[in-house]
Design a protein around this ligand. Structure first.
Ligand SMILES: NC(=O)c1ccc[n+]([C@@H]2O[C@H](COP(=O)([O-])OP(=O)(O)OC[C@H]3O[C@@H](n4cnc5c(N)ncnc54)[C@H](OP(=O)(O)O)[C@@H]3O)[C@@H](O)[C@H]2O)c1
Length: 279
């Protein structure tokens, strides 16, 4: 067995949601570099086209499957169109996800008691309901594959208390739960299912935080490695989970967080600046 070769996905058919930017774009490129052909989904066709060009530069096929995963039936269509265009589905990376947003697009970071039920519903519809819908529909295609793997892009927020992001954190915890249940249920069909839980990663989603000095400094003071993750670092872990290198790994939540989830004892010596949220 060639160890490095087991990280390859030559000829595999992979669907990546949220592939238009950030982590999803990096995952799509990583899977293409490993030899997979890609179906790329998100709401914005122009941005998907940029990702497709990067995939094609690696000599792989990219098909665009635009769609809003909050639309009824969209997940089914995205899966079916992807499988039809690629000739099957071996890998599903459901990466599309959102924070609650204000009308101007900035994140709505308020405690649960100050939030509205609509905010909760908006976040859960993309982060959790679409996860279930995509997995439900993808099962028929994955069951026909001899190297099927599902990677759900969860979050550090799904395993630690995350005030002011309760809906987001609950949706990410639910993704971990779903990964565990599906992993057990689908194991005898040869379908592996894992959750990947990045910590603070530098993307559009977190621009509000990494571009605000005091907030970024305060957040990074809670990360033992003391820095933001880059999307490529998350993509490497997604490739591992998707590839035969992880052939005996299923039902796990892989934390990729610079040590942020290590119990607080590990942080004892790191001085922290005052919270920017202090009154
Ligand atoms: N950045 C972090 O620190 C971090 C940490 C842990 C976990 N994560 C998770 O990693 C994933 C990717 O995050 P990111 O930081 O790369 O975020 P991002 O830059 O905001 O990208 C989000 C992606 O999801 C797509 N998307 C959003 N709403 C959608 C919808 N209704 N239907 C279909 N696609 C939709 C977006 O494309 P369009 O706008 O074109 O639709 C985009 O491709 C998310 O699940 C996030 O929760 C991120």
């Amino acid at each position: 067995m060639n160890t490095l070769g087991s990280f390859r996905l030559d000829g595999a058919h992979a669907l990546v949601t949220g592939a238009s930017r950030g982590i999803g774009k990096a995952v799509a490129v990583a899977l293409a570099q490993a030899g997979a052909d890609l179906a790329l989904s998100a709401r914005t066709p122009a941005a998907l086209k940029e990702t497709a060009e990067l995939v094609e530069k690696e000599g792989r096929t990219a098909v665009l499957v635009p769609g809003d995963l909050t639309d009824p039936g969209a997940a089914d269509t995205v899966v079916d169109v992807s499988a039809a265009a690629l000739g099957g589905l071996d890998v599903l990376v459901h990466n599309a996800g959102i924070l609650p947003t204000l009308p101007d697009g900035s994140p709505a970071l308020v405690p649960l008691q100050a939030s509205a039920q609509e905010d909760w519903d908006q976040v859960l519809s993309v982060n959790l309901n679409a996860t279930a819908a995509l997995c439900r529909r993808a099962h028929r295609h994955l069951a026909a594959s001899s190297r099927a793997s599902v990677v759900l892009m969860s979050s550090l927020a799904g395993v630690v208390g995350t005030p002011m992001m309760e809906a987001y954190a609950a949706s990410k915890a639910a993704q971990i739960s779903l990964a565990r249940s599906l992993a057990v249920g689908w194991a005898r069909e040869g379908i592996r299912v894992n959750a990947l839980c990045p910590g603070w990663t530098r993307t559009d989603m977190t621009a509000f935080a990494y571009s605000t000095g005091p907030l970024s400094d305060w957040l990074m003071a809670h990360v033992p490695m003391g820095r933001w993750a880059e999307p490529h670092e998350v993509a490497c872990a997604a490739l591992y989970l998707a590839s035969p290198a992880a052939s005996y790994l299923t039902g796990q939540a892989l934390l990729l967080d610079g040590g942020a989830s290590v119990p607080d004892g590990g942080l004892a010596g790191i001085p922290k600046p005052p919270s920017p949220f202090a009154a």
